[in-house]
Design a protein around this ligand. Structure first.
Ligand SMILES: *Cc1c(COP(=O)(O)O)cnc(C)c1O
Length: 355
């Protein structure tokens, strides 16, 4: 069998959950499991995070998968239902919905539902993605509060700059000013906000990336926050080439040796989710030893430098990211963030869940 594998550590997930609790001790935790739990496997992650108070996802189908796997905690659809049929399904599976625009209020007003649906009413505090403007928020709250189709209401927002120097003072002020007369629980904090802004923890926190052991904040590593990597992406060396000075490796000959070089061919490429943008020199671990990639990442293979690893050979273990090389390191070398790499791990990569 092709040796690539994503190993998912349940204990690392649980450890990271405990870090969320350390930072936001008094808040309830809604674990964000959208995008197949950031590429880690929706159902396995939900089972491992049995201490979570709720789960957040994107699609009704994912929410139903969670229900059918026996998850009976609250589940939130982060973009709300897409149309009346999904609203009816959400109600019948007791799935909560984000309400972020007037169209959805109209939908709620006319739909005939199996039971009232719980609402997260979203305010646009400056990200200008989803949500009611602060001036329209109270009216939306009152409208929803009077509807038979609406159960509990939680007030929510999401910050554009929780991971930036500028922080969240302005949007937080706007949110507080527009909600101080409204009596309802509140939810504001993604991972960066949990780690950096205790004043915005509110009643429900919504951690995503930190649960998976990657950093939401450029400049501080995940281990710096006490987090453990949950996914270890591994493979093996499947061939070795020794090239002379002046010879090149891979498509486009983008790496040319300046001395005799042993090159390991690794069974992992961009069709597995390894970023094609990772340049020569991206850290990679062979038999537990740090070395670097060489040349351009192919669809199914990439290349690494074995010059200083004379014992490495066909069959040697490779860590693309995980414990020795953090996913954030590979992401940074590739001009992106750990989020994107984790979410992009391909379906063809088998997953193994470990205690
Ligand atoms: C994805 C998402 C989160 C989780 O964000 P992280 O940065 O991964 O912690 C929280 N809230 C909303 C609305 C989201 O879309």
């Amino acid at each position: 069998m092709r040796p690539i594998l994503a190993t998912i550590s349940s204990s690392a997930l649980q450890h990271n959950f405990s870090i969320v609790k350390q930072y936001a001790n008094n808040a309830k935790v809604m674990a964000v499991v959208k995008a197949n739990a950031y590429g880690h496997g929706l159902i396995d992650v939900a089972h491992a995070l049995h201490e979570a108070d709720a789960f957040a996802t994107l699609n009704v189908s994912e929410a139903i998968d969670l229900r059918e796997a026996g998850i009976d905690k609250p589940i939130l659809l982060l973009e709300g239902p897409f149309g009346e049929d999904e609203l009816r399904i959400a109600a019948s599976f007791d799935i909560s919905i984000v309400v972020h625009q007037q169209v959805q209020i109209k939908l709620l007003a006319k739909a005939s539902l199996a039971r009232p649906v719980n609402i997260y009413l979203k305010m646009n505090t400056g990200m200008n993605r989803l949500g009611f403007k602060s001036n329209d928020f109270e009216a939306a709250f009152n409208q929803l509060g009077s509807m038979d189709n609406v159960g509990h209401i939680t007030l929510m927002s999401h910050f554009a700059t929780a991971d930036e120097d500028i922080g969240i003072a302005e949007p937080l002020k706007r949110f507080k000013a527009a909600t101080n007369t409204l009596s309802a629980p509140q939810s504001l904090a993604n991972s960066a906000t949990i780690l950096r802004y205790p004043e915005a923890h509110a009643d429900w926190v919504r951690p995503g990336i930190m649960l998976y052991g990657a950093s939401p904040v450029g400049g501080t590593s995940a281990t710096g926050f006490g987090l453990q990597p949950v996914m270890q992406l591994t493979s093996e060396i499947i061939a070795v080439q020794t090239i002379e000075s002046g010879e090149s490796v891979g498509y486009g000959n983008t790496f040319t040796a300046t001395k005799k070089t042993r090159v390991g061919i690794v069974a992992c490429g961009y069709a597995d989710g390894y970023p094609r943008h990772a340049p020569s020199g991206t850290p990679i671990a062979i038999s537990g030893q740090l070395t670097k990639t060489l040349g351009r990442v192919s669809m199914d293979m990439l290349y690494c430098d074995l010059s200083l690893l004379p014992d490495a050979d066909v069959g040697s273990s490779v860590e693309l990211w995980g414990k020795i090389v953090s996913v954030d390191t590979v992401a940074e070398a590739s001009g992106t963030v750990g989020y994107e790499l984790l979410c992009a791990v391909a379906l063809r990569v088998p997953k193994k869940v470990m205690a």
